[in-house]
Design a protein around this ligand. Structure first.
Ligand SMILES: C[S@@+](CC[C@H](N)C(=O)[O-])C[C@H]1O[C@@H](n2cnc3c(N)ncnc32)[C@H](O)[C@@H]1O
Length: 312
């Protein structure tokens, strides 16, 4: 059975215009106003999964971010930055006044000025050419592919870029993309990648899991934790989401019923990897991490070994 998310998507707010601009200012402003947070809340978990994946290799894995937009997942993973912090950068009136061209130039310096603390290298796929151009222009992505694999085949050049992918990830994108996109990606990868999916709970994952199973990948869903994506934009989006969840038999009590979209973490990978280290063993979710808190003691590694620092 083919996935058809169009019915569920019908009542979800459409933000196509902010994905297709030359820079991410409107993206941060519009999604930020709705408390979009999935890149931030996903990051500690992505880090743990990448650490598990990287433990078997001496080089950094290559992550293909599907629906990467302006490269925000790469930004929050590679640098000590957050969606929330970046949002404030672009909300400054001085930043709003400059051209996209100037912003790209400043952002290239901005990202180059942070230590890369990431466990992976990032490439990206998005249907938006301007978003990919920005993400590559500022140095967040090493390579970018502009394509709608729901509708078109993967070009030979894009297949070449994807070939060495170790991990495929997505936040806020399943629903726009289905197993059609993932099948084409998996056809092009030379190794069996791990696939990290943060999926809103109203989008059934069955067809994707079945597609992955045909390729020898088993799918695990983290139980006991969900990841907030954003607030509902209006009463209509709220009501239609609760109706979609009820139709699927998913209980929204205490989650979506509190006015927030929730995503599940789903990991698909070769069976031997899943058996060696089950998802519940590699991921721990610490509630409260990432909330604004006062100064705290942290360990800082350096030439002289571990030291204690007070981080403001
Ligand atoms: C809600 S945004 C999520 C962006 C990013 N992953 C994040 O969490 O900040 C959805 C993204 O999916 C992209 N998208 C929509 N349809 C797509 C398709 N068929 N193939 C690839 N990307 C698509 C949009 O252009 C947009 O950048």
């Amino acid at each position: 059975m083919r996935t058809d998310f169009s019915r569920i998507n019908r009542d979800k707010a459409v933000f196509d215009d902010i994905y297709a601009l030359d820079d991410p200012r409107a993206y941060f402003s519009v999604l930020g106003d709705l408390d979009y947070m999935i890149p931030d809340v996903a990051e500690p978990v992505v880090r743990q999964i990448l650490a598990a994946k990287a433990s078997a290799t001496s080089v950094k894995p290559i992550v293909l971010d599907v629906g990467c937009s302006y490269g925000i997942n790469a930004a929050v993973h590679r640098f000590p930055l957050t969606f929330g912090g970046l949002r404030h950068r672009y909300a400054r009136r001085e930043m709003r006044a400059i051209s996209s061209e100037t912003l790209v130039r400043l952002d290239r310096y901005f990202y180059a000025a942070w230590p890369d603390v990431g466990l992976a290298r990032f490439i990206g796929l998005d249907v938006s050419a301007p978003a990919i151009s920005y993400a590559m222009g500022v140095g967040l992505l090493e390579q970018g592919i502009v394509a709608d694999l729901e509708k078109e085949p993967l070009s030979t050049e894009s297949a070449r870029i994807i070939r060495s992918t170790d991990v495929v990830m997505s936040t806020g994108c399943i629903g726009y993309v289905t197993e059609k996109t993932f099948s084409k990606i998996l056809d092009a990868t030379e190794k069996s990648p791990w696939i990290i999916s943060f999926v809103l709970r109203m989008f059934p994952f069955d067809s994707l899991a079945a597609t992955f199973a045909k390729r020898g990948l088993v799918t695990e869903r983290l139980t006991g934790a969900t990841f907030i994506q954003r607030r509902f934009r209006d009463a209509e989006e709220f009501e239609s989401t609760l109706a979609a969840l009820a139709a699927l038999g998913v209980d929204a009590t205490g989650l979506e019923s509190e006015g927030l979209f929730h995503a599940d973490l789903i990991l698909s990978r070769p069976e031997s990897d899943a058996r060696a280290a089950p998802l519940e063993d590699i991921v721990t979710v610490a509630s409260g991490r990432g909330r604004p808190i006062g100064p705290r003691y942290v360990h800082v590694g350096g030439n002289g070994g571990l030291q204690i620092a007070l981080e403001p």
